[in-house]
Design a protein around this ligand. Structure first.
Ligand SMILES: *Cc1c(COP(=O)(O)O)cnc(C)c1O
Length: 434
């Protein structure tokens, strides 16, 4: 039987075998097209099982910023692999974790003091919220409401889902959400209004914490908003001991042009959430950093005042080694120069796009470029799939959202490769958008 089983499998493509046994994330399998199998990846290039190559225009959800299978990161992980692979992080510590924490504190906003390790972005924000809620609990404050921005995205676990504002898919769970109030985004003309609303809410609700994606909301299709408006909100939150949680899972590690988007702001967050590019797509990892003030609220003779949260793979030494090697790369002259170059290429392309009649809006911050197409809402339904296929046929992997196409390519991308992405976007304006 076993032999027969193997024979049956023989001759089927990976996609066919996949369909029989795998349930994919964010996928309605009844209507989804069969999935392409990627065999290998190197630098900005992905290669499928038929040998077709694609530029990874979104760095595999903004993780592989130093290129896929980066030799320096690979070397660091494989060296670590020979020494220590995994260890219970509750009761033990190890060199890569300590070194990573020290290194991160050098580059994070300077008010950050302690790092809490976990293994993905959702749990990084989940821990951030637990820090805020328990901070007040430990102090004897009655504060149980979280505040978030409209259209924010913070992950898929229950707490993270609760504060996320893009809730179309959350219907089955909404009754179980934590209590959240959702502040409109300050976009300039409404800054005063938002601030007035916040003042009223501070009187009305017991707000424990405020979670936000600083300056740019990734999953909302790279929507930017007012820096001054955010600063005003943060100042008012700080005055009222509302814990400010910056979700930098997407923006962290250079994407906005600075190491962290929070570094554009005068007010630093109390808590900061990291993942994605943190470990460069090599090994999963998340980290939640906080100030001494937060840490001190948990530091007590009373055991129950501690933060009782921990995942089995917390502080995994291989992930720490990958993260350390990534930060070293981020700080290298080569990557810093690449970031500058990409920003200037994007700026010229944005100028060109802004004059195009089929473009409604162009947003650029750091190495992130987003283009809103001038199409009617009725077209949104199919547009995404059409665009996706159009780009794949031209050797470019992008994941359009609604009427938005965005680029967030690995820092190591070369000018001709970026031009291939630009050309595909220009071609789509001519051929797909009518
Ligand atoms: C991706 C993302 C998350 C969730 O991270 P996962 O690792 O997918 O759980 C949270 N916040 C932001 C801003 C993100 O972009």
């Amino acid at each position: 039987m076993k032999f027969l089983g193997k024979n049956i499998r023989f001759g089927k493509s990976l996609s066919e075998r996949d369909q029989e046994v795998i349930w994919h994330p964010l996928t309605q399998h009844k209507t989804a097209a069969s999935l392409k199998a990627i065999k290998k990846a190197k630098g900005v290039w992905l290669e499928d099982e038929d040998g077709n190559r694609y530029i990874d225009g979104i760095a595999s959800w903004y993780t592989s910023m130093y290129g896929h299978c980066n030799p320096k990161i690979r070397k660091a992980v494989s060296k670590q692999m020979e020494k220590l692979d995994q260890i219970v992080f509750s009761g033990f510590t190890h060199e890569p974790a300590v070194e990573l924490a020290e290194k991160l504190l050098e580059i994070l906003p300077h008010n950050q003091a302690k790092l809490f390790f976990n293994d993905n972005g959702s749990t990084a924000t989940e821990v951030g919220m637990k820090m805020a809620l328990q901070y007040h609990h430990n102090k004897g404050n009655k504060r149980n409401v979280m505040m978030a921005l409209e259209e924010g995205f913070h992950g898929d676990t229950f707490g993270a889902m609760s504060v996320s504002g893009l809730s179309v898919y959350n219907g089955a769970f909404e009754e179980h959400f934590i209590e959240v109030i959702r502040l409109p985004k300050p976009v300039g003309y409404n800054n005063e209004e938002v601030l007035k609303l916040l003042k009223a809410w501070i009187e009305e609700y017991d707000i424990a914490g405020f979670i936000y994606e600083p300056l740019v909301q990734g999953a909302a299709a790279m929507k930017t908003y007012s820096k001054a408006g955010l600063e005003d909100i943060l100042k008012l939150c700080k005055l009222n001991d509302i814990i400010c949680i910056a979700d930098e899972v997407m923006t962290g590690f250079g994407k906005t042009g600075k190491n962290f988007a929070s570094q554009y702001l005068q007010v630093s967050p109390d808590v900061l959430c990291l993942s994605k590019a943190l470990s460069a797509g090599m090994v999963p990892m998340g980290i939640t950093s906080c100030t001494q003030k937060i840490y001190d609220a948990f530091y007590d003779d009373d055991v129950s005042k501690g933060l009782f949260h921990g995942h089995t793979y917390t502080g995994n030494p291989l992930a720490c080694a990958a993260a350390l090697a990534s930060i070293k790369l981020l700080q290298s002259d080569e990557i810093q120069q690449q970031i500058k170059d990409i920003i200037s290429w994007h700026q010229s392309f944005a100028t060109q796009l802004k004059q195009h009649p089929k473009v409604a809006e162009v947003r650029q911050i750091g190495v992130i470029l987003a283009v809103d197409l001038a199409v009617k809402m009725e077209r949104y339904g199919n547009l995404r799939n059409e665009l996706y296929q159009f780009f794949m046929d031209r050797g470019v992997f992008l994941r359009p959202l609604g009427n938005t196409i965005y680029i967030l390519a690995p820092y190591v991308i070369q000018k001709e490769e970026m031009q291939q992405i630009y050309d595909a976007i220009l071609a789509c304006l001519e051929e797909v958008i009518h």
